[in-house]
Design a protein around this ligand. Structure first.
Ligand code: ADP
Length: 263
């Protein structure tokens, strides 16, 4: 029993346990430090890519004499696109960093979820039209929830934007809202290219993209889903995905109707 232990002198079993626990802690800290370093190196790389392109474009424009007006315009358009890209990466990073800070909790109000979704979809319609995608909303009940309006807007926006971007010509995106007595759900169903099975575990990682070159062409930063997942987890909700390659993808988000938020 406890009282049999010597009062002074080492207890070897305990010492070993403490050393083991300490080593486990060091290993855990190393994992955290490694992933932090990886994140910083990813950020630097992502931020540098557009800058490098801009530099190359500007240099080659300067190297030519008497540049025809249309060539000049073409280069300046490319430069403008790279600047837009840089801007998008910086905005996504700021959104992520803001959510990472412990102090920044949720700003909870009573929200009409159907109306909120309609507002977000209205903003996405021009992009859908540009890609010839039919974007529809289905909801057969009123849903009021205690949530952070801005963060849930980001979730819907990122999911719908992906559903449009990774779709096919004349494809569809259906957003379905529903609720039970505890949760409301947002389903985003697309008829797009789908996600390969072995990528499904990685899509929420920062900067992860199934197809880097394709995603870059489409204008992705690889941050959208990590932002969405962060926001959902802050609400103590869940996000799930089902996908069939070449047929389409469905994301399902479930959020408590009354959100107490996570610590
Ligand atoms: P991105 O800015 O590249 O879209 P995300 O974090 O939003 O980054 O998504 C990560 C990757 O997951 C995307 O690059 C894409 O390959 C894949 N993906 C996300 N949503 C879909 C979808 N609806 N259909 C197919 N692939 C998707």
């Amino acid at each position: 029993g406890y009282t049999d232990k010597p009062v002074v002198g080492p207890n070897y079993l305990e010492t070993e346990q403490i050393i083991n626990a300490f080593n486990a802690l060091l290993r855990r800290m190393k994992v955290l430090d490694d992933s932090r370093q990886e994140f910083v190196s990813n950020v630097s790389h992502e931020l540098k890519t557009p800058i490098t392109s801009i530099k190359v474009l500007a240099d080659s424009l300067l190297a030519q004499e008497d540049v025809p007006n249309e060539v000049y315009r073409e280069f300046m358009t490319d430069i403008g696109e790279e600047i837009d890209r840089e801007d998008k990466i910086i905005n996504d990073l700021l959104a992520l960093v803001k959510m990472d800070k412990k102090a920044s909790g949720l700003s909870i109000t009573s929200v009409d979820v159907v109306n909120l979704t309609e507002v977000v979809l209205k903003r996405m319609r021009p992009i859908a039209r540009k890609h010839n995608i039919d974007l529809t909303l289905e909801s057969n009940r009123a849903i009021t929830a205690e949530i952070d309006e801005v963060k849930i807007s980001l979730v819907i926006m990122n999911l719908v934007e992906n559903a449009i971007k990774y779709n096919k010509e004349n494809g569809t995106v259906k957003v379905e809202l529903d609720a039970d007595h505890q949760y409301f759900s947002i389903k985003v169903i697309d008829t797009g290219i789908g996600i390969p099975k072995d990528s499904l575990d990685h899509i929420y990682e920062r900067f992860y993209r199934v197809d880097k070159s394709r995603s870059r062409e489409i204008g992705g930063t690889g941050l959208g889903l990590s932002i969405a997942r962060n926001a959902v987890l802050m609400h103590r909700g869940s996000i799930d995905v089902k996908s069939t390659l070449g047929e389409g993808t469905t994301f399902v988000v479930r959020i408590p109707l009354i959100c107490v938020g996570s610590k």
